[in-house]
Design a protein around this ligand. Structure first.
Ligand code: TNX
Length: 546
């Protein structure tokens, strides 16, 4: 009988969640939650959070409860293991496992009543996101260490994400960022329910990941003689020598930290272009056989890996083997962008490869090269993702595309049955300036204001329902040619990453620019208290924001 009651209750919760996620609730999204939840019902009264409040959590959700308690240290919340409790005066986290099958692991429900708070989630990820929402309902000042009683208005929220890939890319190659900074970057992104951190680990200007088989990659490839700084945007930078890398232990630390917060770290080893740091470190992988230095200049580089040399293919497989062992996620990013093919035209080995493999020319040679890497990943149970240039030489089966030169590449890939992450320069490039009003830049002239980011729709209108399933989500990219300081990196990221997050999580019908701008005020107060830099709204924005 008890069982029967539980099943009925679960079915009821499903129905409510499904309804919440299908219909557009007319009620304005008054509470300052970003991204805006699928459904919000404001109720009468309020719950008072007090010092020493108990948090009841099932065993597998104790860790996320503890992370919540750590944000509000002053309150000394007491975590008690248990499931199904509805204890007055407490925050009760309850697991309804069957929810996972219906609304996914990331969905949740929060009921705040004057007597108690109840969170219902199918899996720890859902409980984690419920707690991010609850965090935003607490006064920002409560994160400052004090423990004054906090009134939170009674409310019922049901929520689930629209897309499964809600990402940010951090370019740690052009400038190295410390492990502590990456952890802080993760802490901030999860506040907005972003769940994918793409680390651009290698490029012409620096190799940042220890590879045991090729120690020179970090002994040599991680250091360069000059670097770009935000006050001097010349193509050949005049800033100081620069370098740094992550040991494999540090990578494991980052991956674990991220995974504890439901963030998947996607590593990128950019190939066959953007590889000069490797060319400077490892012999036998270039067409010319020249001695290279780690590049200090920016832009598209004619020096690329030799696709004709077997040594190169072996090198790529060796590197990917170590990378796969460190990053457990489904996808490994293998770049593929900006590959000038002049060297290949002149290279005997590359021409011999084209002949031997029956390829039509250098474009198909890139396709062949990417397929070697992609097949190797597939043989080890992983999937490749690459920038949209990989479409040009023929896309290996199962490859996913990250569409950066507009959305057309992504559209084409989705039409041919490939999965896609949308990340067009027009809306998602966080190195572009946020207004044309004397704005610090990431190096590149274009202006991408917050409202433009917010207006981005990742699913092209040409796709039918079935094809649109291939759009996995979207990602904001922070390239760091001229971003060397942590505070500058945060400034370029926020608030635009919050707009990316709302596009990625919320239903289109729930989104509204004025409402978002209003809701973000709470986040700005929180940023001020916890010390995250961001671009503050300016009076002059009205004329430049569109
Ligand atoms: C293009 S986006 C690049 C990067 C630069 C960026 C600057 C992409 C795949 N390649 O190498 O850093 O532009 O905005």
């Amino acid at each position: 009988m008890k069982n029967c009651h539980a099943v009925q209750k679960t079915i009821l919760i499903f129905l409510i969640l499904i309804m919440a996620c299908c219909f557009n609730y007319a009620a304005a999204a008054a509470p300052s939650i970003v991204p805006v939840p699928a459904s919000v019902d404001e109720l009468d009264g309020s719950f008072t959070v007090t010092k020493g409040m108990k948090i009841y959590a099932p065993k597998n959700m104790v860790a996320v409860a503890k992370q919540f308690a750590d944000v509000f240290k002053g309150y000394e919340f007491l975590i008690v293991e248990g499931d199904g409790e509805e204890v007055p005066g407490a925050l009760n986290i309850v697991q309804e496992g069957m929810l996972v099958a219906v609304t996914g692991e990331e969905s949740y429900m929060i009921e705040i009543e004057p007597e108690l708070i109840k969170i219902t989630a199918g899996a720890p990820a859902g409980a984690f996101y419920a707690l991010q929402t609850l965090r935003q309902l607490m006064p920002p000042e409560a994160e400052g260490g004090a423990a004054t009683d906090a009134q939170i208005p009674a409310i019922k929220i049901m929520d689930r994400p629209r897309f499964r890939w809600r990402g940010l890319m951090l370019d740690v190659s052009r400038h190295f960022f410390t492990v502590d900074f990456i952890k802080k970057y993760i802490d901030t992104m999860v506040m907005f329910k972003l769940n994918t951190l793409h680390l651009h680990l290698t490029d012409d200007q620096g190799w940042r990941i220890e590879i045991k088989k090729y120690p020179a990659l970090t002994q040599v490839g991680a250091w360069r003689e000059k670097s770009g700084i935000k006050d001097d945007l010349s193509l050949s930078p005049t800033g100081p020598a620069h370098g740094g890398f992550y040991t494999q232990d540090e990578i494991r630390e980052i991956v674990k930290y991220a995974s504890d917060r439901f963030v998947t770290v996607v590593p990128e080893i950019d190939m066959p272009g953007h590889m000069q740091a490797a060319l400077a470190s490892v012999p036998g992988i270039s067409c010319s056989g020249k001695r290279y230095k780690v590049r200090t200049q920016w832009g598209v580089n004619p020096e690329i890996l030799c696709a004709g040399s077997d040594r190169t293919i072996e090198f790529v497989k060796d590197v990917l083997t170590e990378v796969m062992a460190l990053f457990p996620g489904e996808y490994i990013h293998i770049g593929g962008d900006e590959v000038p093919k002049n060297n290949w035209k002149k290279c005997e080995k590359c021409q011999a490869r084209i002949k031997k493999e029956g390829l039509s020319g250098e474009e198909e040679l890139q396709g062949w090269f990417m397929k070697q890497a992609g097949d190797f990943l597939a043989a080890h149970g992983r999937k490749m993702i690459g920038w949209d240039e990989i479409l040009e030489g023929g896309l290996p089966p199962g490859a996913a595309v990250m569409s950066w030169r507009g959305t057309e590449g992504g559209e084409k890939a989705a039409l041919s049955g490939h999965d896609v992450v949308m990340s067009p320069t027009s809306h998602c490039y966080l190195d572009y300036r946020q207004s044309d009003d004397n704005e610090p830049s990431g190096g590149f002239g274009a202006v991408t204001p917050l409202q433009k980011v917010y207006s981005f729709e990742p699913v092209p209108s040409s796709l039918n329902r079935e094809q649109s399933v291939h759009i996995m989500g979207l990602q904001g990219n922070l390239w760091t040619e001229y971003v060397s300081e942590q505070s500058h990196a945060e400034y370029m990221t926020y608030p635009r990453a919050a707009a990316i997050a709302e596009v990625g999580w919320s239903m289109r019908k729930r989104m509204n620019w004025d409402d978002f701008s209003e809701r973000m005020k709470n986040a700005y107060r929180r940023f001020d208290i916890i010390g995250v830099n961001y671009r503050a709204v300016r009076d002059s924005d009205d004329s430049t924001s569109k």
